[in-house]
Write a protein that binds this ligand. Structure first.
Ligand code: FES
Length: 50
């Protein structure tokens, strides 16, 4: 399932990155570009981090 439609990033990509130590929203934004366009995915990314 896409978490960030703007950047076409899926929840499994985000979860894999979190498992590999990408532990903040800022770092995920840096790696994938998520959350910078419309910003709608930020709440879902924060939920995945919890
Ligand atoms: S859905 Fe992630 S920035 Fe738009």
């Amino acid at each position: 399932m896409y978490v960030c439609v703007c950047k076409a990033v899926t929840d499994s990509q985000i979860l894999t990155a979190i498992e590999q130590g990408v532990c903040t929203r800022k770092k995920l934004t840096h790696c994938f570009g998520v959350g910078k366009d419309c910003g709608k995915c930020n709440k879902d990314i924060i939920a995945l981090l919890k």
